[in-house]
Ligand binder design. Sequence first.
Ligand code: ADP
Length: 668
Amino acid sequence: MFKKILIANRGEIACRIIRTCQRMGIRTVAVYSDADATALHTRLADEAVAIGPAPAAQSYLVMEKIIDAARRTGAEAIHPGFGFLSENAKFVEALDAAGLVFIGPPVKAIGAMGDKITSKKLANAAKVSTVPGHPDAVEDEKLAVKIAGEIGYPVMIKASAGGGGKGMRIARSEAEVKDGLRSARNEARSSFGDERVFIEKYIEEPRHIEIQVLADKHGTTLHLGERECSIQRRHQKVVEEAPSPFLDAKTRAAMGAQAVALAEAVDYVSAGTVEFIVDKNKNFYFLEMNTRIQVEHPVTELITGLDLVEWMIRIAAGEKLAFGQKDVKLNGWAVETRVYAEDPLRDFMPSIGRLVRYRTPGSPEDEAVTVRIDSGVEEGSEISMFYDPMIAKLVTHAPDRTRAIDAMQAALDAYGIRGISHNIPFLTSVMANPRFRAGTLSTNFIAEEFPDGFQGSEVSGENLDVLIAVAAILQQRRAGREATISGQMDGALEFDPAKPADWVVMLGQQANPRTVTPENGAYRVTGGKADLLIEVVGRLGDLVLPCFIDDRPVTVQVDRRGPALRLSYAGADIEALVLTPLAAKLAQRMPVKEPPDLSRYLLSPMPGLLMTLAVEEGQLVKAGQELAVVEAMKMENVLRAERDGKVAKIQAKPGESLAVDQAILEFE
Ligand code: ADP
């Protein structure tokens, strides 16, 4: 076995690999860019080597620097994680030449599977079912239209070098084929430096289901069942689970057998994933093979009890797989959500900054439930613009699907993140979605269930009652504590927290009177739709407050905003001001301040640089017309007019840095 392994990656996957090495008694070497000098992975490893400036192209992607770091520290093998150099055949060749072991598949397999046209041909030859289509690259518009007609609409135009959902277009007509061919080729050229695209049938209402394979150097190739990854946004996975709610044992075995056949056809070694697209009649078609560990591997680990990184290391060291296909048992259900630093209310715009507060969910009370958090950050960490904005992978496992989803909802409620925007409210709303719960998935799920994007969750009747009750209890406890402090000072105890008290929870102008009565360490709250008996476990001032409502565990998150409380639960939040009945009466007599009308302004949707202004004062604009371009996170964002109007005043100049919500211009 290796004595020392270098991890050529960062963030959660680097930390996850280091932990397995530690358990196996293997020493670890981290590499880090300037931006990651104090990052968790850098500190977790036994040794760490600086490899250059923050941009990945100058650090994590530079093969020579990684090889040099391995030489200097005496590491014998390199685990690439995913992304960066993990599927780079040249890197593997360079490691071979340097006498270092690559913890992954051989060069030949990476090369064969790195190109979609080549891999599709290989799959056909190995009798793996592929999406009907044309086997070669297409350049000519006329030919593309002819091929599309033969395949039958709709068709998918895809970049052969594609990845991450880039260079892909659906076409439903001749005109769309022409358009799609041009734009897919352009995107492929600029993203991958390779403009070859091919055409295949677009599978309607498809599900994305993939098979995990594991192969050793001694001729054994196994599969570890499937993962369903149909919940995608713009062809990028957001939620994954294992097993799939759609597959029966027969289809699973058939897909598994084809995945193994394909792996064997390219002499595959190590862990890999064969991705399939599955139609509503359970016909499945090969999409591509990923020749690395995948982001969503934890769901497979939780249902099989195997550590995939451990097996990648053992296989790279020459060990034989210690079990056969019959020994692979799928146990219970696992769900993974990807927690991203992005703002779901602003079209999932990436959000950068510091994790001012960071609380991960604790262990569940229920022993049959596991909560796993794979993360590379901690409180105080910076989510930088240089890398993928994933904060963590949250994974739950339970005996059945419903309980695994329930556990996920509870864990999302208990995940406290402040300082940046994150997608937890969106993930919560997916977990609560009846169609998701029924398992009726397709890759169009998000587009169909959230047709206008994510607008935030409504606070429903019962949840609203809970939030109002908790707000009243917090005020009661606060008043009690203040009374004790001032009582000690002047000897007069005005407020007795052990006695019932009346409060009015103001939500804006709406008054919600409640009576809070202490009862055996808990509080009975009356005056709402139902009487609630609530025990608040946390301390005043905690960000995340575990509570029991009539013995049911729920977690409420609390932020103080001056005198107001912001409470959130189940993806929804309220801002409340809790007053005594007298103060509430006075407050209601105060004149209401009208909020300013912001619809007359073009606001910057994110912090960034104003690149260009396309209009001037006095100009008439039409809905959809380009107004300005703001650059943020290396992306240019075109801001367009939402309706027809006239520009009254320009409020920002090109070259100016903009804060979020800063006005760029004003309409009449
Ligand atoms: P990438 O390598 O860019 O991730 P994939 O080939 O793996 O590209 O496809 C990504 C996603 O695009 C799939 O999960 C699926 O949702 C969709 N997709 C790809 N090919 C087809 C197709 N022929 N029909 C329908 N959807 C497809």
